[in-house]
Design a protein. Structure first.
Length: 122
């Protein structure tokens, strides 16, 4: 059921976008049809009122589907529980640190800091 309402919601959103772009703004905007409405079949005033009415209907539907989706999401959630209730209340277990390997008993030979001198050839 939630998927059906979500699809209707998306179609309404896309139709609102399309209807708003079709409408002529006060400055000319993206209105389609020049000055003759929709190909001269309707008066500009009649076309504008029809687009405005369709936009209002789609906006009301969008508002209703938004409310329905919000209510459905609230019902599916853990109602009445806070975030703190969902946390595990047991104290964390104390973990012993890993054993450190013992130091070597034999001394490590020192590495020479300078390489041995090469014999001089005469």
């Amino acid at each position: 059921m939630e998927n059906v309402v979500l699809v209707i919601h998306l179609f309404l959103a896309l139709s609102i976008i399309g209807l708003v772009l079709l409408q002529r703004s006060e400055g000319g905007g993206l209105g389609i049809g020049g000055g003759g409405g929709l190909g001269g079949l309707a008066t500009p005033q009649g076309t504008a009122s029809a687009l405005t009415r369709m936009t209002a209907i789609c906006a009301a539907g969008f508002f209703c589907t938004s409310l329905i989706l919000g209510i459905m999401a609230g019902v599916d959630s853990k109602a009445g529980k806070s975030i703190m209730d969902s946390l595990d209340q047991t104290p964390p277990a104390i973990v012993a640190p890993a054993e450190i390997p013992p130091a070597p008993s034999e001394p490590v030979p020192e590495t020479p800091t300078q390489p041995p001198a090469a014999p001089l050839a005469e």
